[in-house]
Design a protein around this ligand. Sequence first.
Ligand code: PLP
Length: 396
Amino acid sequence: MKKDNKHIDTRLGHLGLDPMSNYGIPNPPIYRTSTILSSSFAQHRGELPKPYTYGRNGTPTSAAFEGAVADIYGAESCISTPSGLAALTTALLAFTKSGDHMLFPDQLYGSTRRFVTNMLPMMGVEPEFYPARIDGDIWGYIRPSTSLIFVESPGSLTFELQDLPAIVKAARGQTKTANPITIMVDNTWGTALHYPVLQLGGDVVVEAATKYICGHSDISLGIAAASGMHGKALKQTAKNLGICAGPDDLYAGLRGLRTLRLRLEQSAANGLYLAERIEKHPLVEAVLHPALPSSVDNTIYTRDFSGSCGLFGFVLRKEMSQERLDKAIEDMEIFAIGDSWGGYESLVKQAHYEITGRSFAKTHPEGYLVRLYAGLEHGEDLWADIDAMLASLGTS
Ligand SMILES: Cc1ncc(COP(=O)(O)O)c(C=O)c1O
């Protein structure tokens, strides 16, 4: 298929496929290998071209998935990693050098925060956190040694947005450092379908493909995509570190792309429907979802995103004991207690703001912070489950 000018949904159905070089079979084979033989000694020495040299360095299976992801992000290249966190750490290492100062949002995903605070200083990098909501004021945080600004919008657990175009403008226009500042975005919430971060000026996009791309709660996979020297740095770092994803997981990722739109839209619609209903409940102090018209982030959301996803939070008034909340959540019929998101099934967890070690004051009111992931079930059934849970909290 000539992919130019085709809509992203059409491309999602065809990327990474080459049936006529595969006996007419549409789906590509899963290549499980470490060894890749050479046809001659000269080829083995690298004197003749050889598209694939060693399993860890890439196979047609990884090329199919990575090429497809690069396409939907509008990037020149992509790496795949055995988890979303590995994509984040590999991408950060690709741009790490001793003496650098790097900026991170306060609501950074907890495991990324652990890497940033535990490991970057060991490499001579000084990480600094900036407030969860920021725009061109990021300028005030830039120093002569600033090499990277990281964006996670919306952020984990509390869902504040950063103004990416304003951050890009401030970083590109600044004169404090002679070196260009790399802008890296964790786009797991927005995905390539709803938040075009590279087109908005980001240099590197990272996504936990574990979530919506794979979509069935059974795979750990990550991607990082970029163009030009950023793309080259990603590839070289993944090679240096020996980072490679397993072939079956790559195949699952490629297959997930085919239905990404349908799953994402159903989950996002369920999430927004629930957020709107939860917002009206008297026990609820606030709903943390940038797509809600009442959200302070809604202006940026409407400008930069073309859709949301099923993950959001809400704050319950502390009018009941923790034990009572525990019982109400445990009694839920559909929402299961668990981490992760982007799969088919709805999940609930309690978020402990205090133990995530944030640097700035809370952006949300006092109360129990609950995170919901709306899966692919029927929205009415999901609401009935939440309604019953909230009702049980209001009765003695
Ligand atoms: C925003 C965000 N980024 C990255 C990750 C890491 O993904 P993985 O679990 O595949 O390492 C997660 C996981 O929950 C996440 O929520």
